[in-house]
Design a protein around this ligand. Structure first.
Ligand SMILES: C[S@@+](CC[C@H](N)C(=O)[O-])C[C@H]1O[C@@H](n2cnc3c(N)ncnc32)[C@H](O)[C@@H]1O
Length: 401
């Protein structure tokens, strides 16, 4: 780059940081968004920076927004600004500053020329600065179904015993929303969602409420549950709250026929119930399949420990973890072989629940070559561990071979 351009870039960066510092001086800072990420971290998209208070100290909260999750890191304001200085122009090629006095956008062009623009303020309020880990919520705490299901009390405060569930619902909805937006479904109005093993219906109600009230859709949401008393309880609440297209059916995953389904959810369906649910999702043409498996019992007794792993897998705990990993890897590969882009990740920290792994699959129409690759990877894993039979593979036998 010519040195004139370098000087020009340095001037614009200096101006930008003067404006940014000024915002803190005059308490007009609203938020800063770093975008156009060009760094090495997989799936990182943007960093949203907000000003919050932690123990009375002004703090910059950096929310790293990945494809399917957010990770937050907090810095004292001065350190936060220095962190931005280190990122801007290198990993991130744009910064959009929102303040009460005006918006400023700094961007690097393809040739790394710095462009600085300002415009009228789009925000007229500074967000409340209280640090509240629970604050970025996907549903309002005052929703009546939360009280009816015993998550909140009459005062709409989350009951102490339900804090984890509340956290789980919100994280789940965040992932749900992103999956929805990355699929074709976000353009549709009428979608069918089935939640297998819906239990007390926490997530089923939350999904219905979210689709109707936040996404302005007209969804048909069905919870399928073995236990009659839970089905009755959920249907009573749905009826009482006039949640018209939310229904619960007493039924067994094994024999239930969901008809055309757009989204299939199965959270904590035990052992091979997850496989039944995934199979049902694939068979009914679901665009999105979300499941959090648990109680992986199927493969452990089948594993013939490879000699190189003998020293490690002689410990029962390791063998259990290995069996779990292999089970979910095979599920992910079978989903890929069936035309889904699939991710496996921890969706909530272990402090909230030990059942924290999610398999998220979004249907893609353009993946023919992935099928062969996935099938040969499945074979390689099975051969390596001496696995004879995999429930989901058996269920899918006629559709993907
Ligand atoms: C661990 S609970 C999870 C409930 C809910 N998905 C959640 O995450 O809050 C699993 C539920 O699946 C139900 N279930 C187990 N096997 C089932 C089957 N074959 N068909 C339908 N429901 C089943 C159980 O009765 C139980 O309510």
């Amino acid at each position: 780059m010519e040195s004139d351009e370098q000087n020009d870039n340095a001037v614009k960066l200096r101006q930008f940081f003067e404006i940014l510092n000024g915002c803190f001086g005059e308490s007009s800072f609203v938020k800063l968004i770093l975008g156009k990420y060009r760094g090495d971290e997989k799936d990182l998209r943007t960093i949203k920076i907000l000003l919050i208070k932690i123990q009375e100290q002004d703090t910059l909260s950096f929310v790293h927004q990945y494809k399917t999750k957010d990770i937050t890191k907090n810095f004292p304001v001065k350190d936060g600004i220095e962190t931005v200085r280190g990122l801007l122009g290198k990993d991130f090629k744009s910064a959009h500053l929102f303040s009460l006095t005006g918006d400023v956008q700094l961007e690097f062009s393809k040739r790394d020329r710095c462009i600085l623009n300002s415009s009228r303020a789009t925000c007229s309020d500074v967000p409340v600065k209280i640090h509240n880990r629970e604050k970025e919520r996907m549903i309002d705490q005052d929703r009546a179904f939360l009280t009816a299901l015993g998550i909140t009390g009459e005062d709409h405060k989350v009951l102490h015993s339900m804090n984890r569930k509340w956290k789980q619902i919100n994280v789940f909805l965040e992932i749900f929303q992103r999956a929805l937006l990355s699929s074709q479904l976000s353009k549709m109005q009428n979608i069918n969602v089935v939640d297998f093993g819906s239990g007390k219906g926490y997530l089923t109600f939350a999904v219905y409420d979210f689709l109707r009230n936040s996404q302005k859709m007209d969804p048909q949401v069905t919870g399928v549950e073995l236990r009659e008393e839970l089905v009755r309880l959920c249907n009573d609440v749905a009826r009482e709250l006039e949640m018209g297209k939310l229904h619960f059916c007493q039924g067994d995953l094994k024999s239930y026929n969901p008809g055309k389904t757009h989204i299939m959810i199965a959270l904590h369906a035990c052992d091979t119930a997850t496989d039944l649910a995934i199979h049902m999702g694939i068979r009914s043409g679901a665009e999105i399949i979300m499941c959090a498996p648990c109680c992986h019992k199927e493969l452990r007794p089948q594993i013939v420990v490879p000699s190189a792993l003998k020293a490690s897998l002689r410990f029962g705990v390791h063998l259990g973890q290995e069996a779990e990993m292999v089970t979910d890897s095979l599920r992910a590969l079978l989903l890929e072989a069936s035309g889904y882009e699939t991710q496996v990740f921890e969706f909530i920290s272990l402090e909230h629940t030990s059942k924290n792994k999610m398999i998220l699959a979004v249907k893609r129409c353009d993946v023919p070559e992935k099928k062969e690759e996935a099938l040969s990877q499945i074979k390689a894993i099975k051969d390596f561990y001496g696995i004879r039979e995999v429930a989901l593979e058996e269920l899918l036998k006629n559709s993907i071979q």
